[in-house]
Design a protein around this ligand. Structure first.
Ligand code: SAM
Length: 229
């Protein structure tokens, strides 16, 4: 399968392993990952946040209950909500999730937003698990034109750059992180690593969960779509 699909399957495998109930996808794009996740029976709450999410685009789309969901009723309810907002804005409706995914998102953040990202996602949203994927620049020489893979990318990191950033973030917010990836290099080029590098962050359970009494409810995202099955 193409690399973008391998990224979605990577997330699906994690959801199968861990049985996450509440999942948020930051930078959901065309909502393909959310659509794939709605078929997991463990999932009860799916949220997407994208800075470019357009209202009215989702109503009759593939996130709405399909015929199948009526023929074979789900045992658990599922609610899907899409927001327009930025991954570096705090919104209290994103707090307390089991999993937050950021698939090919961080390389689109300018340095100011990248600096805010860890405090919002790890410090404030503080989910049980975070998955971050980003291009591995060491793979780029294998592409015909070896510049950035997308003109909207602000940076592309090699493995060391990504891992140093991720280890710092994990330490600061009390997570552990494991590195992986998808998109195998061709034979003979194994040294460049995966096409897409992935960090899987898990919140340290030893740290007692802080009571968020000091944090008031903050609703800054705009709801662009919601459905319940
Ligand atoms: N995650 C999807 C996927 O893997 O197919 C889409 C990846 S696309 C390369 C990056 C997405 O991030 C775009 O949909 C873009 O609108 C969104 N985005 C960029 N900056 C963002 C931000 N600050 N907050 C939320 N979404 C953002």
């Amino acid at each position: 399968p193409p690399v973008y699909e391998q990224r979605y399957y990577f997330v699906k495998n994690l959801v199968n392993q861990h049985g996450h109930k509440k999942i948020a996808d930051l930078g959901f794009g065309d909502a393909t990952l959310l659509w794939m996740l709605k078929y997991h029976r463990c999932v009860q709450y799916l949220v997407g946040v994208d800075i470019a999410a357009k209202p009215f685009e989702w109503g009759g789309g593939r996130l709405s209950p399909g015929v199948g969901s009526y023929i074979i009723p789900r045992e658990l309810d599922l609610t899907i909500t899409l927001y327009r907002g930025s991954a570096v804005q705090k919104d209290s409706r994103l707090c307390g999730f089991d999993l937050i995914t950021c698939i090919e998102l961080i390389e689109h953040l300018d340095s100011e937003d990248l600096a805010k990202f860890p405090e919002v996602v790890f410090g404030y949203f503080s989910p049980g698990m975070v998955v971050i994927s980003t291009p591995n620049s060491e793979f780029n020489p294998l592409f015909p034109a070896s510049t950035f893979r997308d003109p909207d990318h602000r940076f592309e990191w090699n493995r060391k750059q990504f891992q140093m950033w991720a280890l710092d973030v994990a330490k600061l917010y009390h997570y552990s992180v494991e590195f992986s990836g998808v998109g195998d290099p061709p034979a003979g080029a194994e040294h460049v690593g995966y096409c897409t590098q992935i960090g899987v962050f898990q919140k340290n359970s030893t740290k007692p969960t802080e009571l968020s009494i000091s944090e008031p409810e903050e609703h800054v995202y705009e709801v662009v779509y919601t459905t319940s099955y």
